[in-house]
Design a protein around this ligand. Sequence first.
Ligand code: PXL
Length: 280
Amino acid sequence: MTNKKVLTLQDISCYGQCSLTVALPIISACGIETAILPSAVLSTHTGGFTGYTFTDLTDDIPKIREHWEKEGIKYDCFYTGYLGSTTQIDYVKDLRRSVLNEGATFIVDPAMADNGNLYYGFDQTFVKKMAELCGTADYILPNITEAAFMTDSELRLTGHTEDYVQMILDKLSALGAKKIILKGISYEPDKIGVVVYDSVTKKVQNYFTDKIPKSSHGTGDCYAAAFTGALVQGFDAYESAKIAADFVVESIKKTMDDDNHSYGVKFEKALPMLVSKINK
Ligand code: PXL
């Protein structure tokens, strides 16, 4: 068991099983001390709810960073998810400079789009800045929509070919990202999965699972948190990508019994399975 500490920066959606309310329990369940930095507080997430509150916490970030600097608080891994403003992307750079230990891992989940659409409130300026941030990361976890938007590529949501995927991977690695976990790839109608790409060795590894005919919100956040947990516990990128994929599939399966539960997945019910894989 590692003593490494993770810092995660993303919003608190008070209700809706996404961002910090999934990242904290999932990474903690992996046996890892996890500190949070909330980018915003919303009453619910923005997917499928209307009239939600949104309190932007951009101005708190430098104050929190300064306090941590004074206390000498440092982290071994920094994972960013949903960010509330472009200024926060600049603040991520400041945090990297001042609150990370030497050799710390930097993981970016762009968390700004899915199924062909940007989430509410994001625009092209944000996409461009997020692409720059991804270029400085050790690991990025875009879904195919985010990847196409960040690389100005044609977006194909299904029916992918190896040439299409390689084109996207080349463009993502040209941004500067070291390792890419590209999600939502489908070469066959009933399978979906991730492609893990090392920009240095150019090695491509695939992991596919059965496609479950249920569209679920928050699965990207569950994926990124489980990936972070596995990686920090010492699994390599491919093993971590597999563990995270299996965890998300299990979370979706645990939600299938409930037609009134499309705002998130019942990841809590899949935590025992994740923990047993991490402890193997
Ligand atoms: O799951 C990504 C996410 C995180 N945070 C907020 C969101 C979304 C997706 O819609 O709205 C606030």
